[in-house]
Design a protein around this ligand. Structure first.
Ligand SMILES: [Zn+2]
Ligand SMILES: [Zn+2]
Length: 312
């Protein structure tokens, strides 16, 4: 997690690019794939986080524009990943400190037993384009579910969305059981950052017996880049798991910041983590309150941090 970050805005013809991508595709020998993939990424000096499993690949990387473009070419040339869609953000620099490629049983986990896990290639919600999703949000009897964690939704979410009080995607099956009553008879729309979590989440909702289930194809990131909707009706910023922390989504007149300084209540889109390591809570503190209170969530953390360090 980042300790302190600033929000970057996109620049034209940037020297670096940030890629976000995934593909649910059976990988026969994921361990061997990790090895060859690591070689490819190291040769291209990429940094970021990639998860590989027998159900597919999930990644976000940063690199020099030329090298990220070569990476995309290489992936498109491989039959396994030729259909993969890349979301590209220009950047001034790397947004990750290093490269991490991990082998996991699942690339996104709902924490379900093997046999009840969702295979999005078999069960998933109907995909809506940004424009279709925007139009569906205007209908009556629609429920919009934020498919991310509570701290992500705190920085920004769709207007009128239900933002579940969960800190991990694995809590969704329980949340769904507890809230099933409220979803009955509604058209259900789900969205997440880049679309990968919704593939499983909307499948899970279908499995629970709901039929009218839809997902935002390509997630908030694609919705933001769509020339027609341009992020309309997304409030706040999109949380991203890199040094940028939050990125702009809404390029229309409906744009607004929803996060506020916890001390004075001023609009504050910059994110930090409470400096007391045992707490590390993600907080919004405006620059002047940061000067007065430090980057702490409250007095108790500030006092803890001020105590002399104990000898081991
Ligand atoms: Zn303040
Ligand atoms: Zn704290």
């Amino acid at each position: 997690m980042n300790t302190e970050s600033t929000i970057q805005s996109a620049t034209v013809a940037a020297p670096f690019q940030v890629l976000l991508y995934y593909r649910y595709v059976p990988i026969e020998d994921p361990a061997a794939y990790v090895k060859s993939h690591r070689e490819l990424c190291e040769n291209l000096n990429l940094r970021g986080r990639i998860i590989i499993g027998k159900e597919g690949i999930n990644g976000t990387v940063s690199g020099a524009t030329e090298e990220t473009n070569r990476y995309i070419e290489e992936m498109k040339a491989s039959p396994l990943t030729s259909e993969m869609e890349f979301k590209i953000d220009p950047s001034d620099d790397h947004v990750f400190p290093k490269l991490s490629i991990k082998l996991r049983t699942e690339i996104v986990s709902l924490g379900l037993e093997d046999e009840s896990d969702i295979n999005p290639n078999e069960t998933t919600g109907e995909r809506l384009s940004p424009r279709e999703f925007y139009e569906a949000m205007q209908e009556d009897d629609v429920i919009i579910i934020d498919g991310r964690n509570d701290y992500e939704a705190a920085l920004g979410h769709f207007k009128d969305a239900v933002c579940p009080d969960i800190g991990n995607f694995r809590e969704f099956p329980d949340w769904l059981k507890k809230n099933a009553e409220e979803l009955k008879g509604k058209k259900i729309l789900t969205y997440c950052t880049g679309g990968i979590r919704c593939e499983k989440l909307s499948g899970l909702i279908r499995n629970e017996g709901f039929e009218d289930v839809y997902q935002l194809d390509g997630g908030i990131v694609k919705y933001s880049k769509d020339p027609e909707v341009q992020g309309r009706d997304f409030d706040g910023l999109c949380y991203v798991f890199d040094q940028r922390v939050g990125v702009e989504v809404n390029h229309t007149e409906t744009r607004k910041i929803i996060s506020h300084c916890r001390y004075c209540g001023e609009e504050e889109p910059h994110f930090g983590n409470c400096k007391w390591p045992d707490c590390n809570e993600q907080i919004f503190v405006c620059p002047s309150c940061r000067e007065e209170h430090g980057l702490f969530c409250g007095e108790s953390c500030r006092e803890e941090a001020a105590k002399p360090a104990q000898a081991d």
